[in-house]
Write a protein that binds this ligand. Sequence first.
Ligand code: ATP
Ligand code: MG
Ligand code: FE
Length: 354
Amino acid sequence: MRVLGIETSCDETAAAIVERDADGCGRILSNVVLSQIDDHAPYGGVVPEIAARAHVEVLDRLIGQALHEAQMSLDDIDAVAATAGPGLIGGLIVGLMTGKAIAMAGRKPFYAINHLEGHALTPRLTDQIDFPYLLLLVSGGHTQMVLVKGLGDYERLGTTIDDALGEAFDKTAKLLGLAYPGGPEVEKAACLGDPARFLLPRPLKGEERLDFSFSGLKTAVRQLATSLQPLSQTDVNDICAAFQSAVADTLDDRVARSLALFRRRFPDVAAPALVVAGGVAANKIIRDGLQRLCAEHGFRFIAPPMALCTDNAAMIAWAGAERAKQNAADPLDIAPRSRWPLDLRSAPLIGAGR
Ligand code: ATP
Ligand code: MG
Ligand code: FE
């Protein structure tokens, strides 16, 4: 079957067509993403109103482009899947309404997808991987460790109690006068810096719970930067290196505990796997650290290609294709949700309240 996927939850407008064959293997026929980074860059972060308007302007064209690249028309699509949450409500409304309209006009089944479920199922599109597995999602809006037990069966083991990791990178970059998005800038500066010159805190390290916390780290960066004014380029590089090493060290601790917990919960899984997703997964130090940790603990380390780690619509189409296998299409009066924890199964209907 072929599924059209639509993603508009944050600052990427995306449309894709994914095919799922009878054996359950997936193939991406097209995957178009338009980032709004340039629209938001002057503000140092995503502005919800600007995001929603930008989605409205380009979504139709993007869907047309996805169809064109897959060399098909809407008639060739078997189902439509759109992100229904979590995310910025204005953007969600744009994508969800468009998806519903296409499904309704073509009398096709419609799937309202949880954006996090899209990230969680991506490795089943790119790699041969069976449930259960562990997912570390580290993006601009989310930082979560999730136990992916089966389709629609997710258990959040830990989450950030304050800032998301990508957000911490972005805020640190802003404090140091670096450009937005901050992750790549901090990484570049860190490569040139000395990680041993400053020691920054490792929030929640050593604690039994599997949550994350990054706002204290950001505050420590602010205090350090204030004490060093005016900042030289060397100072900036060294602070970035110290920040990145504190982050890597914290992740190491949190992830090692999660791997151990997975072993206890699923002692019979012969080849356990950790999957990483989200924009922060682009960071080489973080990626290398996770890879080493997995090797030490006998886990497979799976990092989908970068274009599928960050926000995209192929993952939404794929989640729809996986859901279609269970034959449970969603009603068209399903409502968008700005908050929608992954372990809560379905989106509410319009009028059912939040
Ligand atoms: P969501 O949380 O809804 O998935 P998002 O758009 O914020 O949405 P992504 O597009 O997956 O998330 O990732 C963007 C984030 O990843 C930004 O915060 C960015 O700074 C961070 N990032 C990108 N490259 C790197 C890098 N090399 N090192 C660290 N962080 C990075
Ligand atoms: Mg993004
Ligand atoms: Fe995302």
